[in-house]
Design a protein around this ligand. Structure first.
Ligand SMILES: Cc1ncc(C[n+]2csc(CCOP(=O)(O)OP(=O)(O)O)c2C)c(N)n1
Length: 329
């Protein structure tokens, strides 16, 4: 690896990855018990892609997620108690219980939000990057999206505009091999989505999405370019999701079960990083302490959500419209 990462930062990466996994396992269990409701898309298996990308950003940089984005705000540094309360629809939720699983945002850490419309985050991120450029600040925007979204018109329009206007944006395609139940190779015309960058005159880089340090290195260089005014980059992280497309919607595509066994057994990003950290000299006790601390944090978040109040009925009528601007003719 060409860049050096401090031990503190590596342990923070491990902590955030573990936090995402435990958060997702807990939300899945709560959903199956009936304590949460709705459609949930979890990000277990994609933690290295998320955390390697987000750790390359500053807190005041912007990040835009997808419909599968409980993990992305966590990767960006959001506290999980208000995220969990949000999933429970509570008043203390990060979006006052009005966003839920597919509309989480946490402006405090630069997380501009996620959306259930596949591909719709791309123009939002492009607009945020344009805003930074117009305001003359040095914030960059990182946009996550899936392999399925890379065939939406919004992807092509956004990359074209970002390149033309030299915007400070990094597009991170998390290619987890499936769009709902359809294998990516049946829906995407090229083996590497990163190669689509050539059509828009920007660098396109493929990286192992299960290797957090590899993702961090590639995205750090893309962030450096964007901040230096050198324009956008497309990064494709090759990854895999460990749960169903959404909870309760199994993938029955031939071969998927075997792929899942392979990825879970041999390509789990947390296991791989655990091993790498020990090779760097990190001791077992430190890592198990982090696991235990995160478990306590998740339990506390569940308790916070359970004991938080429901929003009052009148809250249904707030935050619907902005205050109208009076235009006198
Ligand atoms: C515009 C639009 N079309 C279709 C859907 C239904 N849908 C929800 S998730 C999904 C698959 C998206 O695949 P991908 O972008 O690869 O993300 P992943 O779910 O694999 O993370 C689809 C088609 C939608 N939500 N929005």
């Amino acid at each position: 690896m060409a860049i050096t990462v401090s031990e503190t930062d590596m342990l923070e990466m491990y902590r955030r990855m573990t936090r995402i996994r435990q958060f997702e396992e807990t939300t899945q269990a709560l959903l199956l018990k009936g304590e949460l409701y709705g459609s949930f898309h979890t990000s277990s298996g994609q933690e290295a892609s998320i955390v390697g990308s987000c750790m390359a950003l500053r807190t005041d940089d912007y990040m835009v997620g997808t419909h599968r984005s409980h993990g992305h705000p966590i990767g960006k540094g959001a506290k999980i108690d208000r995220l969990l309360a949000e999933l429970m629809g509570k008043e203390t939720g990060i979006n006052q219980g009005k966003g839920g699983s597919m509309h989480l945002s946490d402006f405090g850490v630069g997380s501009l939000g996620e959306t259930s419309i596949v591909g719709s985050g791309l123009p939002v991120a492009t607009g945020a990057a344009l805003g930074s450029k117009m305001q003359g600040n040095d914030r960059v925007t990182l946009c996550f999206f899936g392999d399925g979204a890379s065939s939406q018109g919004t992807f092509h329009e956004s990359l074209n505009m970002a390149s033309l206007w030299n915007l400070p944006v990094i597009y991170v395609c998390e290619n987890n091999g499936f769009g709902e139940l359809t294998p990516t190779h049946e829906a995407v015309s090229v083996p590497d989505i990163a190669s689509r960058a050539a059509g828009y005159g920007m660098p396109g880089i493929v990286v192992d999405g299960q290797d957090v340090l590899a993702v961090y290195e590639v995205v750090s260089e893309a962030v450096r370019r964007a901040r230096a005014g050198e324009g956008p980059t497309l990064v494709e992280t090759k990854t895999f999701r460990f749960d169903n497309h959404s909870i309760g919607m199994p993938v029955e595509t031939p071969g998927h079960a075997e792929m899942l066994v392979h990825w879970r057994g041999n390509r789990c990003p947390i296991d791989l990083f655990d091993r790498a950290l020990k090779e760097f000299g990190c001791d077992e006790v430190t890592l198990r302490e982090i696991d235990a601390q995160v478990a306590d944090e998740v339990s506390a978040a569940v308790e916070f959500g359970r004991t938080s109040p429901e929003p009052p009925p009148e809250a249904a009528f707030t935050h619907l419209y902005t205050n109208p601007i009076r235009i006198d003719s």
